[in-house]
Design a binder for this molecule. Structure first.
Ligand code: ADP
Ligand code: MG
Length: 240
């Protein structure tokens, strides 16, 4: 579904991504781990051209992504993104947050968009929050709404950048449960996370990034139990 070849990204003189090659297959759940500053967010943001790569190419569903606004809009609609800090629209109700994209970008009728939104709210366990405003929600609820909002656009792949890192510990589980259900339903997912238990249980493949490279990859359970590269060993010895 996504093919990444020779991906490099520099900010000025700083080389942040130094040549990433990988493929993400349909239905695959790819978990990305690595130390802070290793380029995980930059990698994710390059996948949908929120950051324009300095070199290399990304092929999405057979089509090379180019930096052309008209094409990027279509591609971003098919790549849902969930951030650490939710990024809900604070002045809109939950229902408005969920229906804005489908109505404006997909020309969906209000009725259809709201019906879809109600289904999604049910699937994330927040049916009763349709009229609530983001301020009144807990962090875990906000993040489940953010996931539902991304899903409302019917994406082909979901990108998650540390979706539970800003949450109080007791709310992490409810968000991971939603993501696990999505994975079980066959969604293609790329997930930057520090939740090693989730990575092991839900991930099909784990990428370990360090210094702008994928240093090691493999079946999560195997990499986590028996890391081959010294940098992976060092990182895991600190977080596990
Ligand atoms: P991670 O998500 O693994 O913590 P990031 O991809 O956020 O890492 O960042 C990797 C490096 O790139 C960091 O040193 C960061 O400061 C730098 N960086 C990220 N975005 C920018 C930017 N827009 N301009 C300059 N440097 C950036
Ligand atoms: Mg990051």
């Amino acid at each position: 579904m996504i093919k990444v070849q020779g991906l490099r990204k520099s900010f000025g003189k700083l080389d942040i991504l130094k040549g990433i090659d990988t493929e993400i297959r349909q239905g695959e759940v790819v978990v990305v781990i690595g130390p802070s500053g290793s380029g995980k967010s930059t990698f994710l943001r390059c996948l949908n051209f929120l950051e324009v790569p300095t070199a290399g190419e990304i092929v999405f569903e057979g089509q090379k992504i180019v930096n052309k606004q008209s094409e990027l809009n279509a591609i971003r609609q098919k790549m849902g993104m969930v951030f650490q800090h939710f990024n809900l629209f604070p002045h809109m109700s939950v229902m408005e947050n969920l229906t804005l994209g489908p109505r404006k970008l997909k020309n969906m009728s209000k009725d259809k968009a709201e019906a879809t939104a109600v289904d999604l709210l049910r699937s994330v366990g927040l049916e009763d929050k349709r009229n609530a405003y983001p301020d009144s929600l807990s962090g875990g609820q906000k993040q489940r709404i953010a996931i539902a909002r991304a899903l409302a656009m019917q994406p082909d792949v979901m990108l998650f950048d540390e979706p539970t890192s800003a949450l109080d510990p007791e709310m992490v589980g409810e968000v991971l449960d939603v993501m696990k259900k999505l994975a079980q339903n066959g969604m293609t997912m790329v997930i930057v996370t520090h939740e090693m238990g989730f990575a092991r249980e839900v991930g099909d493949r784990l990428l370990f990034m360090d210094g702008g490279n994928i240093v090691e990859e493999g079946v999560p359970r195997e990499v986590l139990q028996n890391p081959q590269h010294p940098r992976t060993q060092d990182f895991l010895s600190k977080v596990l």
